[in-house]
Design a protein around this ligand. Structure first.
Ligand code: ACO
Length: 433
């Protein structure tokens, strides 16, 4: 095994190194403070591995994404979202029997407790659906089995995973129906995961909804592409919160809140709002780009850039293709697509973006596709959350299966005042009156 030698003030400290199965290398600094008195400082965790994980592999330089070893392109083309969920959580593709049993469990768990329906009524119709979603997911912990530290490795995990993957789509659709004031549509046992969601969103007593296979397939691809993305902001949140041994629902509620932000899963909503601004406010592409480059302006080009990808996000590539399929099939003329393509083209020719390796990310095209499916803009982060659910669950499980188990607790470098005295300060205050 290679070792790293760190020289501090003339003294050598030897640290073990570690190499992952895809050749990723790390210096294991877990003993550093004990042996040297030093910690490492890495704001934003740009260079910090928080765990060992066998779930998702990303090579950001090459634009590679794999779930449990399978390329995302193959999974998106061939697997259903439920198969993908099983793969991420349990580590292998389900055989026929496992697939049927898992699907049946999801189908049977699709209703939400009738007492929970009362909660929806308490939210103003204008509520952001992510606020409703996070609240309701946390509330699942009091209606459905959840386990706490004393029965940590119990079989309840499978049940909780099913409850979450199945009920999140019901809660999401209900939050939309609540905002429109229409009656809720119940889940149907004869529809598949994605079709069932679309039906709950759009079926109404006056206009029954027919699930179009192309739309169902596009939604399946969208959810599969979002299913996991290793230690991103929301997943790290789920792990950190879960490391206190709080229940799975509460951990995932925290992940949903982290996902909501515009720099993470909320970016898809902001992409569309940005493109609409270009369209409606007469903002030119050049003005938009110049604003994003201006260091005195906090504005960023939403849907561009990524902490890990320094190449084209493979998910964006798949979604761009999927957009073309849906637009062609339904003869959709969407001016925002032209604006998006123009923006992407202008960005690809601009040194500021090429030097920083800022490419379109998954959120750049997902919003355009959701829009074509009739999903309202403020629901886009919710769609992301539905897709990310199996990844959060798989990562939470992996963390809890890891021995030794450690609560997540970073350190800091204190930069505040040194020791001072309360009465001395009071005296000084009085004398200055
Ligand atoms: N527009 C303009 N400039 C950008 C953008 C952008 N979208 N993204 C990064 N930059 C610039 C930064 O200003 C910085 O410039 P500097 O080196 O001159 O200071 C440089 O590129 C590096 O950016 P960082 O902020 O250091 O990169 P980081 O890895 O911390 O951030 C992030 C990644 C948050 C995704 C960022 O690229 C961003 O804000 N993008 C827009 C929001 C977005 O689309 N988020 C979705 C990401 S995908 C997902 O979460 C599902």
């Amino acid at each position: 095994m290679n070792e790293a030698i760190l020289n501090l003030n003339g003294k050598d400290f030897t640290l073990p190194t570690i190499e992952g199965t895809e050749g990723e290398k790390a210096i294991d600094i877990s003993s550093l403070r004990n042996i040297s008195g030093y910690i490492t400082l890495d704001p934003g965790y740009q260079n910090t591995g928080s765990c060992l994980s066998a779930i998702t592999f990303i090579d950001g330089e090459k634009g590679i994404l794999r779930y449990r070893g399978y390329p995302i392109e193959e999974i998106a083309e061939n697997a259903t979202f439920t198969e993908t969920s099983f793969l991420l959580i349990y580590g292998h593709l389900p055989n026929d029997e496992e697939r049927k049993a898992f699907s049946l469990r999801l189908t049977e768990a699709s209703m939400i407790h009738k007492d929970m329906l009362r909660f929806f009524k308490g939210f103003p119709a204008t509520s952001h659906p992510m606020a409703i979603l996070s609240t309701m997911v946390n509330a699942l912990s009091v209606f459905y089995p959840s386990f706490y530290s004393e029965d940590f490795m119990s079989n309840t995990f499978d049940e909780m995973a099913t409850v979450l993957i199945s009920k999140i789509r019901t809660i999401a659709a209900y939050s939309y129906k609540h905002s429109t004031g229409e009656p809720f549509s119940y889940p149907k046992h004869d529809l598949r995961y994605c079709g069932n969601f679309l039906n709950m969103m759009f079926d109404s007593p006056v206009k029954p909804y027919i699930v179009e296979p192309e739309v169902e397939k596009a939604l399946n691809i969208l959810l599969v592409l979002h299913a996991d993305h290793e230690q991103n902001c929301s997943t790290s949140t789920v792990r950190l919160v879960g490391s206190s041994m709080v229940n799975l629902y509460a951990s995932i509620c925290a992940g949903i809140c982290a996902l909501w932000g515009p720099l993470h899963g909320g970016a898809n909503q902001h992409v569309i709002e940005m493109l609409e601004n270009i369209q409606n406010k007469g903002l030119s592409i050049r003005q938009c780009i110049d604003r994003a480059k201006d260091k005195n302006n906090k504005f960023r080009l939403f849907g561009f850039g990524h902490r890990v990808y320094k190449n084209y996000d493979p998910r964006a590539k798949i979604l761009k293709k999927q957009c073309n399929i849906i637009f062609e099939k339904f003869s959709i003329k969407e001016p925002l697509v032209d604006i998006a393509l123009e923006l992407e083209e202008a960005v690809s020719r601009d040194d500021y973006f090429t030097e920083r390796k800022l490419f379109p990310n998954v959120d750049f095209y997902s919003g355009i596709l959701y829009r074509a499916m009739g999903i309202p803009t403020n629901m886009y982060p919710v769609m992301f959350a539905i897709g990310r659910m199996p990844g959060w669950i798989a990562q939470w499980k992996e963390m809890h299966d890891t021995i030794p188990f450690k609560i997540g607790r970073p350190r800091q470098i204190y930069t505040g005042s040194t020791l001072r005295n309360y009465s001395e300060t009071e005296k000084e205050k009085k004398s200055s009156y």
